[in-house]
Write a protein that binds this ligand. Sequence first.
Ligand code: PMP
Length: 387
Amino acid sequence: MIDLKKELADLEQKGLYRKMRLLESEQAVRVRIDGKEVINFCSNDYLGLASDSRLKQAAKQAVDRYGTGSGASRLICGNTYLQQKLEEELAEFKNSESCLVFSSGYTANLGMISALASRDSLIFSDRFNHASIVDGAILSRARFKRYGHCDTRELEELLKGSGSGSRKLIITDSVFSMDGDIAPLKDIARLADKYEAEVMVDEAHATGVLGERGRGALEYLGVDNIGIQMGTLSKAFGSYGGYACGRRELRELFINKARPFIYTTGLPPAVAAASLKALEIIKAEPQRRVRLLDNADHLRRGLGALGFDTMRSQTPVIPVFVGGSGAAVEFSRRLFDRGIFAQAIRPPAVPRGAARLRLTVSALHTKEDMDTALDNIGNTGRELCLI
Ligand code: PMP
């Protein structure tokens, strides 16, 4: 028998053992977790839509009309009007010719990358890209070349040395999920043009958050020559599901070739209905985005003033650098006892020696919430000799 106990003990000994906490209230700024009221700084529900009454209502109506499960994959009989409507609306929002909705952001990356690349393709990937991009590349069997984080000089070297003849795909997060910084998309697009590569960008943490209309980092940076975008409906949209946007043929290609689209059950109609409502709100209420970015600035500045290193964060994802995994876990544990919920992020999600707290801000945090967090983070950081 495989010695699972030993494997788990090894993880524990390395400070890498993971446990789930139990959320006992709805997703919100103030939550009840493991029996304790805490202020939540871990959620990707950036705009506070996950418990918005309008999304709830939209989902309930869809349940009444279409039932709960979607019954089969979309190519069999699990494709309803709501999923298609969501795709039309997302394509328009993203200024793209087409959109295909997947069951999650994770499966969108898996499906898109494995449909776009094959054994004789080359994938160029930022070292800090999300795990789903790495897994998509593995599924595609393409040759996988990682470049240093946001290091366009190294990317160019790799592109230069790659010769011609193979399909080249550069993939990057736009907002990095554990660092909160933004990829140099303009430079990446320029290199792609120069070396005849295609770029795919993961806008999971940028959609609904950045840009004048909330379209994402491409809008924020004024980049209009990147042809393949993915994102998720599980973060700013407060819902669930992933999407791929781009030219018309991409949707057709994914429907025909993306195994994580073909061989999984379609997104439940009520989830699509919640996403549609979220999109309506994202377009109609830009003040949520303004508040979110204001909150992020306030928290980031406060952490900096306390002497913490928030790395290169420019977005509502705010890392607080710690270093060792054990210290990061202890930091998080003490904060939880003080009513602040901030998760420790450890390898392999981040490089070894770069464990951190990862704080995320919501449009619904008040200044008071953030100041309470800053007081507690400061006091705890001093206790642990981190500042
Ligand atoms: N890409 C990035 C950058 C992410 O952070 C995530 C979620 N953590 C995903 C993709 C996957 O999205 P989902 O949670 O919808 O599967």
